[in-house]
Design a binder for this molecule. Sequence first.
Ligand code: PMV
Length: 354
Amino acid sequence: MNETRSYFSAWKAPSNLAIVKYWGKKGIQEPVNPSISMSLSESVTTTRVKAVPRERGSVTFRLNNREAPAFLARIEKFIINLQDRLPFLSQYHLEIDSQNTFPHSSGIASSASAMCTLTFCLADLQQQIDPSRSIHIEEVSSIARLGSGSASRSVFGGWNLWGRTTVIPESSDHYAVPLEVAPVFQNYHDDVLIIDSSQKSVSSSHGHALMNHHPYREGRISQALENTTQLLKHLQSGNTEDFTEVAESEALSLHGLMMSSSPGYTLLRPGTLEVIHETRKFREKTGIPVAFSLDAGPNIHLLYPGSFQEEINKWEETTLKQFCENGQIIRDRVGKGPEKIIETTGVGPEEKQI
Ligand code: PMV
């Protein structure tokens, strides 16, 4: 190899919250059912990658200024599997540095934003090194999917669908597609109530694997297909009441599937159930369409139209904070999606929307 130059790329990408949940895999990291998510605005990962020419590909990785051996092993595997698609990877050493804006184990999926930013950096580096290789956004989503399924949905802002459904002809099991939604959903909020920040006892990858022989597998696939069809309708019409029904049914089903796996497990905590109960009471009393959702953990995501922010924040302070670990609530909302970061020395990073 004659190349002696180093290359650099930096990107910022959001985490996302799935309303219809991806739970169970087939083939090479393809979902058994479609999923729909909103990309977040505040919960983001920024990744900087320096590619230095070497005889063979290799990687170093730092997360929030520290070594992160478990995630490094995952990145190494991801990169080795990508060498055919992004040939520069076999001839460069990568120095990867990632920073999350949100705490670890906060109930916000860090693998989605981390794998998504990393993929944007790798695609960018491949194109810098070989300008004849153009990489479309669908390919970025498809590559990010191989790192973490949910990362495929973080390549766009707003609302996104990953997985094949006959309702959206352009949908695919390989990559996500962006969705048009009514104005109310363009400013939807997601307040994350941290009930318990300790490490999950069962990882999502193990949870996906338990779906292979799950007694309710077929029923779950039909339910997710139906909830996808319904949610697409509600997102378009702006029906927040019906949205709430689908969101809560999906959250409870996800945890019901975990409990009825073999072996079964429970990630919910007493505080999770208290907040679910309080949410239903508050909705009934005020008529405000606030929904709870859950990721694969005990923390609650409260979803509501931005116009109700004041009422919801007051209720969180008076009633819900007592159930949160150290009173912790992360306030987020629908975001605009990934951005390339242009580093200009001396002046600080300048951010550019793609
Ligand atoms: O992308 P993974 O492999 O971390 O799985 C994500 C699974 C859920 O977060 C529970 C649901 C989803 O669709 O994001």
